[in-house]
Ligand binder design. Structure first.
Ligand code: ASP
Ligand code: MG
Length: 436
């Protein structure tokens, strides 16, 4: 059984929803995971924000605008009076719920309920559409099988035990529809897998039911070997290993939610990235194996801050790095890149919420320098320890650019450079023309 996930733009209008059956083959048994219609989750975030700041008038007007949009969608999507009425009831139900929070105490718990409405709307409306055109399908509530534990980690075994019987109940149905992104947390409350989390849902379901394949359908023909918005002549990468895909997803390739690689990797479920606008294109296949001895792709992550701690006390001392790392841990700030010398350590963070506090505490261990507006350039491929020449090729390509940090050898698949964001475009282009 395959799992197919369609992102926000793939269900972004009535016309796009109607086109999905060009891709979904109703003769094959499969689970279809849908995101919210594009823009909706952003709108829901704004509505939640308005409630959190007690701006009820703003919440009401945002809700009204969004409701109009959905009413326009069903006018186009649902042509029969009976199904149109059902669509109307669904919209009324969800928007009444959104409005009802004006009367209650509003906390992050209610905020998460608001965020869940986008996927609930898109899947329910699509299910009604399938009914209208006579394609049998079953709507599976993700809240019944998608669950996270106390550490907000999704529980794959829970999917296996809860989803399998739901599927077995319908031996004659091929098409199952469910919501991406949403889940219940350890307290049983409605929660989510964080922004972009529908990919993660698909991978988790794939792992939970030991699916033959997970397909992530978006609006680009797979992962590209560089950022197509910046570099011309980028190409889709035909094949990647899970490790390579994880590095790329984390360092900037927006097409895939970074965590979504891991469940598929653990259960060896192939993941295919495919293009709704060009369904015949080969896309990118992510599996356990991949072409070796090759540079595959370049990605960039902006908004990086470098922190340097310099101390003669680091020389020959043990426990120095632990104390430094503990400061970041106390402020729940994750570190991306690290380089060390005998008397200094430089590392990078992207979340600067607690930078002031962190800088003050690090001051106890040495002098601290902060460099903002940097970009991590990440070169991904297969170049393990026994290979040679890759670092030289990368550095040769950027020899005219100041490089703040270099990280190589952390894994067999990654070499990262930290450069000023103003140099990013030149670095990406220069690497592209010299490496591919
Ligand atoms: N709708 C959610 C978001 O916009 C999840 C997703 O689309 O993957 O973040
Ligand atoms: Mg996405």
């Amino acid at each position: 059984m395959k799992v197919l996930k369609f992102g926000g733009t793939s269900v972004g209008s009535a016309a796009r929803m109607q086109k999905l059956l060009d891709i979904i083959n109703p003769q094959e048994r499969q689970i279809v995971v849908l995101s919210a219609m594009s823009g909706t989750t952003n709108n829901l975030v704004e509505i939640g924000q308005a409630y959190l700041t007690n701006d009820k008038a703003k919440a009401a007007s945002l809700i009204a605008i969004l409701k109009d949009k959905y009413e326009a969608v069903i006018k186009e999507l649902l042509k029969k009076p009976e199904t149109f009425e059902q669509g109307k009831e669904v919209i009324d139900y969800h928007f009444r719920l959104l409005s009802s929070f004006a009367n209650d105490l509003f906390t992050p718990i209610e905020d998460k309920i608001i965020l869940a409405q986008g996927e609930l709307l898109s899947t329910t409306l699509y299910h009604i559409y399938l009914k209208e055109i006579g394609v049998p399908s079953v709507l599976l509530p993700a809240l019944d099988f998608m669950k996270t534990d106390e550490d907000s980690e999704p529980i794959v075994d829970h999917i296996t035990t809860e989803l399998t019987p739901l599927l077995d109940k319908h031996p004659d149905v091929n098409l199952f529809i469910t919501q991406g992104f949403i889940c219940r947390n350890a307290f049983g409350e409605i929660d989510n897998l964080r922004r972009g989390g529908s990919d993660y849902t698909a991978s988790l379901i794939g792992a939970g039911i030991r699916s033959e394949e997970v397909q992530i359908w978006t609006d680009i023909d797979g992962m590209h070997n560089n950022d197509p918005r910046i570099v011309s002549n980028t190409k889709p990468i035909a094949q990647l290993s899970f490790d390579e895909a994880a590095e790329l997803a984390y360092f900037g390739a927006k097409i895939l939610h970074p965590q979504s690689v891991f469940p598929a990797q653990k259960y060896k479920i192939p993941v295919r990235l495919l293009n709704t606008m060009d369904p015949q294109a080969a896309g990118t296949l992510i599996t356990n194996t991949s072409e070796t001895d090759k540079i595959k792709s370049i990605a960039a992550k902006d908004g990086i801050t470098a922190v340097k701690i310099q101390s003669s006390r680091m020389l020959l001392a043990h426990g120095f790095l632990r104390r430094v790392f503990e400061v970041f841990e106390r402020y729940r700030t994750s570190i991306d890149m690290i380089t060390t010398s005998e008397v200094a350590v430089s590392l990078t963070i992207d979340d600067t919420t607690y930078l002031g506090e962190i800088t003050t505490e690090l001051g106890a261990y040495g002098s601290v320098d902060i460099d903002v507006n940097h970009t991590i350039i990440c070169v991904v491929g297969d170049f393990g320890a026994e290979k040679h020449g890759y670092a030289a090729r990368v550095l040769e390509a950027v020899k005219h650019i100041p490089v703040r940090m270099i990280s190589y050898g952390g894994s067999d698949h990654n070499m990262s450079l930290l450069v000023k964001t103003e140099d990013k475009v030149e670095v990406l282009r220069s690497l592209h023309s010299r490496l591919f």
